[in-house]
Design a protein around this ligand. Structure first.
Ligand code: HEM
Length: 366
């Protein structure tokens, strides 16, 4: 222990890290009634870090050219030591991140945590959600399998439904009339540099908003307080709360471990869960597979375009829904946060979840 103490003292006299520890970790107090749903933000940070690490490892062997991409992924999986593990962690991690993002958003919705002047926190989070879906879309093309190729063709086709600029937008996304080597080039650039950089900035902004405004207390139990909208800035503090470190950090670490165990369980016991047969065949632009579907989290959007007599109506419904979600903190302005006392909005959220699941299942089987 002596060398560790020496090292800590050595750094402390130069950078004052004990002060940071006492103020930002031990001294950062969370509300007493904080529950397990508040760990999902930390889970997301851990999962994104894992994506960056596994992504960098994959980049060492991946070749972003249509002639070589599929073979390079096969090489990673079959020949590179532990390549299969990094590839699976990255591909399955993308799905688990979407699950964690949806759960985090649902907890914020049901506990009304977007209230009390937390509009910026919500808006940065909502943008992160969309950007993450963009990262999933661009990443999906990179293995250049039949699945990648045709799912991207279907997804980019959808942009054609937008009036006036639709066709131009499809060509812009693809870099030409069809999904091709140019599409792979631009998706690759966006996936490995453009989008992650913007995402990191947005996560920083999101955490700044959470920290600056102060975390809300859970809307349950005797400590519940309604979210008053004061005409001036207020940093919400919890002087009798529990220290973030080590008390809450232990809970964060337990839930992060659960998510990692969940991912490993899929890798070891159900590795094919997110990989249909077409994921193992190289892309062939002249052979359309019989059942091509986008990823599960895009199924609702894919099916909505098909339900209505014209795609423009379907697109309009999607835009209206996403706009409602983005502007929610400006629409639901009441100070009440207890779910049982907000029957209208809570019913909307429950119906929204049921509709999302039902339309996705319909999309999967149609
Ligand atoms: C990379 C993705 C994200 C990360 C890393 C992240 C991180 C965090 C963290 C660490 C917290 C504080 C603890 C907690 O409540 O979990 C938080 C709170 C919050 N997040 Fe996120 N978040 C992400 C995405 C989102 C999304 C998609 C939304 C909504 C659309 C959102 C909305 C909020 C709101 C409103 C709070 C405030 C909760 C409160 O004060 O009680 N976040 N986020």
């Amino acid at each position: 222990m002596q060398p560790i103490k020496w090292l800590v003292d050595f750094i402390d006299v130069r950078l004052g890290i004990k002060e940071i520890y006492n103020k930002e970790l031990r001294g950062y107090l969370l509300p007493r009634n904080v529950n397990v749903w508040y760990t999902l933000g930390a889970v997301l940070m851990a999962l994104f870090t894992l994506q960056i690490i596994t992504g960098i490892l994959l980049l060492m062997f991946y070749v972003p050219e249509s002639e070589k991409a599929f073979a390079s992924v096969q090489h990673i999986v079959n020949n590179v030591p532990y390549g299969w593990l990094f590839r699976m962690l990255h591909a399955i991690g993308a799905n688990v991140i979407v699950i964690a993002l949806l759960l985090h958003m649902l907890s914020v919705l049901f506990m009304g945590s977007y209230k009390g002047r937390r509009e910026f926190t919500w808006l940065t989070g909502f943008t992160i959600l969309n950007l993450t879906l963009g990262l999933c879309l661009t990443g999906y093309l990179l293995p250049w399998s039949q699945l990648s190729f045709w799912a991207t063709t279907v997804a980019t086709d959808a942009a054609g439904a937008i009036p006036v600029v639709g066709n131009y937008l499809v060509e812009f996304l693809r870099g030409g009339p069809t999904v091709d080597n140019q599409t792979l080039g631009r998706f690759f650039a966006l996936h490995v540099v453009g989008m992650p950089l913007v995402l990191l900035g947005l996560i920083g902004a999101h955490l700044f908003c959470v920290k600056r405004r102060g975390i809300s207390s859970a809307p349950f139990g005797p400590e519940y307080k309604a979210s008053e909208e004061l005409p001036f800035f207020e940093h919400e503090v919890h002087p009798d709360g529990i220290p973030f470190f080590p008390n809450y950090f232990v809970k964060d670490a337990a839930v992060i471990s659960f998510f990692i165990a969940f991912m490993l369980a899929i890798i070891f016991y159900a590795p094919g869960m997110f990989f249909p047969e077409s994921a193992f065949q190289p892309a062939d632009p002249f052979l359309t597979p019989p059942h091509i579907k986008p990823e599960w989290y895009f199924l609702w959007a894919y099916q909505t375009l098909k339900i209505f007599p014209s795609e423009i109506i379907g697109l309009g419904v999607q835009v209206a829904f996403m706009t409602f979600l983005a502007l929610l903190p400006f629409i639901d302005r009441g100070p009440e946060r207890r779910p049982a006392k907000r029957p209208f909005f809570v019913t909307c959220y429950v119906l929204g979840i049921l509709l999302f699941v039902a339309i996705s299942i319909w999309g999967h089987y149609s």
